[in-house]
Design a protein around this ligand. Structure first.
Ligand code: F0G
Length: 350
């Protein structure tokens, strides 16, 4: 089936759409929220700034607002097929929200372990309302993942972090969509890197359709183990989604960067926030801070001769309202309910 095709008036679920290239057979039970088939939006302001055609892959348009849904439909469908009754993950927020939603849909239980005080409010709200058990760990993401891996070794709970191959399989479909939309014409793909599952997935997807764009991965400066070549014990960044010091897909991500003649580089928090504001104020696209790392990296390091560029915007801005409210150039003007002050507030000098 092709993009835009509908079944029962609905978009085709991701596993249906790409079944031939995913490890699912006809008749397997599917847990879907109609993920995937996300827009690829032209970015005229960015294109002008970098002197190339820049498009944004809007992964925030997925049902729970991030790219995680591509992998989660596969991971949870496979878990249900295999008789699982519970799933678990460590998360900086988006994996938790997605796991919680798909588990709710499947009617199985979900537990998530998140770093205390370090997940954005929107993600916490999602995870809670979907009915997952939320464990707030006095520790960071890397510690949470280590503990959860140990836990599943002795309990019948399916781990749905990106160590789970079904996650990578599902997420590679974003590369298929980019390939279809651009007819295989792409020079570079800019992408934020945290636990490094997504860059791994894109490279797998591109290879499967015979494409080899440069993969330009970007980590936050305070959480850049792949750039520094060593584990970061105390990762710190405003982009809480990628506050990770020891990515599980380390080797795969380095291979993706090297094999594609790309690179993994660092961007500072202020560069991330500048790109975050620019996307919202000039392109009309509100993504979450981690997603803006892809654009921050493109602006910082340039296009390296690329003519066709895609930046992956991994998650929706509404996920993290606190950061948007704390870092913007807008204004809120208090005003009494009278015409004089209203005229002044609307029309006066800012
Ligand atoms: N962007 C967003 C919005 C994310 O939530 C993540 C990862 C990434 C980028 C990085 O992707 O880990 O595959 O390299 N979030 C995970 C989570 C860690 O728990 O939600 P990655």
């Amino acid at each position: 089936m092709t993009q835009g095709e509908v079944m029962d008036g609905c978009h085709v679920p991701l596993i249906e759409r790409f079944r031939g290239r995913l490890p699912f057979a006809e008749g397997d039970p599917l847990v879907t929220l109609q993920e995937g088939s996300t827009p690829l939006l032209r970015a005229p302001v960015l294109s002008q700034m970098v002197g190339a055609t820049v498009r944004l892959k809007l992964e925030g348009a997925n049902p729970t607002g991030s790219f995680k849904d591509r992998g989660m439909t596969c991971a949870v469908s496979a878990a249900v097929r295999d008789g699982a009754k519970a799933v678990i993950c460590a998360s900086t927020g988006n994996t938790a929200a997605s796991a919680a939603a798909y588990a709710a849909r499947a009617g199985i239980t979900c537990a998530v372990i998140v770093p205390e005080g370090k997940i954005a409010q929107g993600k916490l709200a999602q995870t809670l309302i979907h009915g997952a058990r939320v464990i707030s760990l006095a520790g960071n993401f890397d510690q949470a993942l280590e503990l959860v891996r140990e836990l599943v070794a002795s309990h019948p709970i399916v781990l749905v972090n990106s160590v789970n191959e079904f996650r990578i399989e599902g997420q590679k479909t974003a590369a298929f969509e980019v390939s279809e939309a651009l007819d295989g014409e792409l020079d570079a793909l800019c992408i934020p890197v945290g636990n490094a599952g997504n860059i791994t997935s894109y490279w797998r997807g591109f290879r499967e359709v015979g494409m080899a764009p440069r993969l330009l991965g970007f980590q936050a400066e305070g959480a850049a183990p792949l750039v520094r070549g060593e584990i970061v014990e105390q990762p710190e960044t405003v982009a809480s989604a990628i506050r990770i010091g020891n990515p599980v897909r380390w080797e795969d991500a380095m291979a993706a960067a090297t094999d594609s003649r790309g690179a993994i580089r660092a961007v500072s928090d202020s560069e991330i926030l500048a790109a975050f504001r620019l996307l919202a104020s000039k392109e009309g696209m509100f993504c979450e801070p981690a997603s803006a790392a892809s654009v921050a990296g493109l602006l910082k390091y340039g296009a390296e001769g690329a003519e066709q560029i895609v930046c992956v915007l991994t998650g929706r801005g509404l996920k993290d309202p606190e950061t948007a409210i704390a870092h913007n150039d807008g204004m809120v003007i208090p005003c009494p309910a009278e015409m004089g002050p209203i005229e002044e507030a609307v029309l006066g000098d800012p």
